[in-house]
Design a protein around this ligand. Structure first.
Ligand code: AGP
Length: 615
């Protein structure tokens, strides 16, 4: 996710753009920049890092002009740097972009052959070159932008200004958000409403394929069909703070509801159902390297460690490679059996967790190849990896990790399929089925979120609990651990996750009428109940027999579990190895609503930090 702002009117706009970017910093903060149309043409100022760095730069060189665009970046291609910061300028054109252009490398190659010199590693820069190219062929700015959009494949929220026609902003939207602000003698564009609210509450949400030419006098809007479309102006009554969370009460709630989009962005351009294979940009694994891997060693902390436990199941089941999973804080202080035939995978949302970084370095020092699964481009762990598999979840602001977890699982699944295809342990046909299941996942996530009211009622019913157990088996065991972590870290209720089969070895002594137990009792697959399901039914009844209060998450259509549970929460069914991505959502929402009902600081729980960069 990135933040885009644009202005056209009669006011000096540089500081207005920066104010707008500040309201969008939650969308990304790797770098920022503005481009302003001055008397002598375009003036671009960019700075790596937080917005403050750009503001400091602007003190010395505030561009003058009344039309401009700005951007705060969340890196997907190219590390955070001044050169990779937007706006990107080529000739008399400046662009800002949010999205991913899948065919940017081939387009870049063609343009370089034609003599174009590129100055960044980003996909976005391709727009400035393509549009300038079309202008030099004689097209006006709107036509030049349209021609460029026909050449690219991918997603974009795009804003363009040009010296050729310095009185207009041209914008277009495909899969990434863009909203127009309708002012008096001025008009605005932004990725999200917070950047506009200080100037106007009248907004137009652009739809897929929309294209608009914006001047200070008005807006010419055309739809995906190329026909003029009447702009539907809506009045926003949110406060600026509410707007930053897009109407959600907390960032955590917003991020739980962003998971379908985050999964779509993580999978995009990587899973080819047609070819029954996976293409992992940033991973240089080939058949020779993969044949030489005798063991995979995963190191991670917290939620990322829970994701790694599921990653183990995926890789061992699909790629048949032995996998060990260690808590990073433990791994680095034992004598790990790691050598040049080991692939070490470090999993970290922030890419900065000290224990994980330390373990990763330890494994690499012992000869292992290092692969990072991170959400922050250019983070410490990503920089030290031989291969990087980024989750494209966008910035995760809530301390409690949610969309990072589910996108890490999707990344592991993609990696498992790739490893299986490279080792020959996975046929193209079976891979196609897996990837078809993966492609359907975002829709199933949306369907799971629709049960929020049921989950919220359960949360309110048990928000007074002093303790709570989460039980799961097989792929649902890491979900039990993750659910317990979510609950304890934001509601401060003591919660534990257990392998359900372990209950009889001690924990069942805890069960009485004061012990609520959340049981992950989904079926093993769509075609059969399965052994885990059969066994978890038994565990559920053991809890009930001792007076325990059972909250069960069950497969849609299952009539058995709701009869046994005090509260039952439906969950759609999918590939058993992908089920955790769905079944974790009720545990996320349950924990969120318990904490919100208890009035704790959901986004910044006590004693915790979003990234633990100390040991
Ligand atoms: C999860 O909700 C916690 N915030 C915490 O356990 C987190 O997962 C852990 O600190 C690891 O962080 P990382 O993924 O950024 O390495």
């Amino acid at each position: 996710m990135c933040g885009i702002v644009g202005y056209v009117g009669d006011e000096e706009c540089a500081s207005l753009l920066v104010d707008g970017l500040r309201k969008l910093e939650y969308r990304g903060y790797d770098s920022a920049g503005v481009a302003v149309m001055g008397k002598n043409g375009l003036h671009v100022v960019r700075a790596k890092g937080k917005l403050k760095n750009l503001e400091n730069k602007l003190v010395g060189e505030m561009p003058q002009g009344t039309i401009g665009i700005g951007h705060t970046r969340w890196a997907t291609h190219g590390k955070p740097s001044d050169e990779n910061a937007h706006p990107h300028k080529y000739g008399g054109v400046a662009v800002v972009h949010n999205g991913i252009i899948e065919n940017h490398l081939e387009l870049k190659e063609e343009l370089q052959k034609a003599g174009h010199k590129f100055t960044s590693e980003t996909d976005t820069e391709i727009f400035a070159h393509l549009i300038q190219n079309e202008i030099e062929k004689g097209l006006d700015l709107p036509k030049a932008v349209r021609a460029a959009l026909k050449l690219v494949r991918g997603t974009y929220a795009l804003a363009v200004i040009s010296e050729k026609q310095p009185d207009m902003l041209v914008v277009s939207k495909n899969a990434s958000p863009l909203v127009l602000g309708i002012g008096e003698g001025a008009n605005y564009v932004a990725s999200d409403v917070p950047a506009i609210l200080a100037h106007t509450r009248d907004v137009v949400y652009l739809e897929e394929g929309d294209f608009a030419v914006i001047t200070k006098k008005g807006i010419e809007l055309t739809g995906a069909n190329g026909q003029a479309r009447k702009a539907e102006v809506r009045r926003i009554d949110w406060t600026p703070t509410m707007a930053e969370k897009n109407g959600h009460k907390h960032f955590m709630h917003k991020e739980i509801h962003e998971q379908a989009r985050a999964l779509t962005d993580t999978i995009r351009g990587r899973a080819s159902v047609e070819e029954g294979d996976v293409f992992l940009d940033g991973c240089h694994l080939d058949a020779k390297i993969v044949q030489g891997i005798s063991k995979i060693q995963i190191v991670a902390c917290g939620t990322s460690w829970h994701a790694s436990l599921t990653g183990k199941l995926m890789i061992e089941t699909i790629a048949k490679i032995p996998v060990e999973v260690d808590l990073a804080s433990e791994f680095r202080y034992r004598e790990p059996l790691v050598d040049k035939n080991t692939l070490c995978i470090a999993v970290s949302q922030s890419g900065e967790t000290a224990d994980t970084l330390g373990s990763f370095r330890e494994a690499k020092a012992r000869g292992a190849r290092g692969l990072a699964i991170c959400n922050v481009v250019g983070s410490a762990i990503a920089r030290e990896a031989d291969d990087v598999l980024y989750t494209h979840a966008g910035p995760e602001i809530g301390v409690a990790s949610t969309k990072a977890f589910t996108t890490q699982l999707a990344a592991f699944f993609l990696l498992a399929v790739r490893l299986g295809r490279l080792r020959g342990t996975l046929s193209a046909d079976v891979a196609r089925n897996h990837l078809e299941n993966l492609r359907e996942l975002p829709g199933l996530v949306e369907r799971t979120l629709k049960y929020e009211d049921v989950i919220k009622a359960a949360a309110y019913k048990f928000s007074g609990a002093r303790d709570l157990l989460f039980l799961g088996r097989g792929p649902q065991y890491p979900v039990a651990l993750e659910g317990a972590l979510k609950l304890k870290e934001i509601s401060y209720i003591h919660a534990e996750g257990y392998a359900a089969g372990e209950m009889k070895h001690g924990p069942i002594a805890l069960i009485d009428e004061n012990m609520p137990v959340m049981v992950l009792a989904v079926r093993d697959s769509a075609t059969e109940a399965g052994v885990n399901y059969e066994k978890i039914l038994g565990n559920l009844q053991e809890v009930k027999a001792r007076g325990g209060r059972v909250i069960a998450i069950h497969s849609e259509g299952d009539t058995m579990v709701p009869k046994l549970a005090e509260v039952s929460i439906p969950c759609p069914q999918t590939n058993p190895l992908l089920m955790p991505i769905l079944s974790v959502i009720p545990t996320q929402l349950f924990s969120y609503h318990v904490a919100d009902h208890r009035g704790t600081d959901v986004d910044q729980p006590r004693n915790l930090a979003k990234s633990v960069t100390v040991e």
